[in-house]
Design a binder for this molecule. Sequence first.
Ligand code: SAM
Length: 164
Amino acid sequence: MVRESEIRQNEVAVTPPEPTDAGLVFIGLIRTPWTSRLMAPRQGRSDGPVCRIEIFEPWQAALDGIERFERLEVLYWLHLSRRDLVRQSPADNGTTYGTFALRSPVRPNPIGTSIATLVALEGSTLLVRGLDCLDGTPLLDLKPDRTLFKPIAPEQPGDRETQA
Ligand code: SAM
């Protein structure tokens, strides 16, 4: 895993296809205390600093009801990440691991996820704890933590489908 954009001993980069970013829309901006990749936490903590998630128009109406959930799944775009490493060396000691066996920010599609604790909703800004991204990181999506969410839509056959 790279901390900034360097290549380490035994790490492997490939030439990725030209990214099209799947037409993703950034729906907000995350404000955190961290301005350096070397200073941000590797994973957010539920007792970490309060961060702000600012939702852009026209998405502010989509916040309706969100305050019912104590925890949110936050998806963000790790915009400064390189996207071409298939093997990474988190400890920078020559031992490498496949990118998909890591939670490194360096991935073909640099999507970060955190479970954040909702502290408050102030207009179109959420105050949360539990993030690990840099100040100015674009927001991709917000969802209730899946362990707190009960589907509202009527049940359908696959909901109870199991296989021995
Ligand atoms: N919690 C997320 C996950 O598991 O998907 C992200 C984990 S990733 C290890 C967190 C690290 O990504 C931070 O310590 C920082 O070095 C780096 N990082 C944070 N924000 C970033 C950004 N906007 N662009 C690139 N790297 C970022």
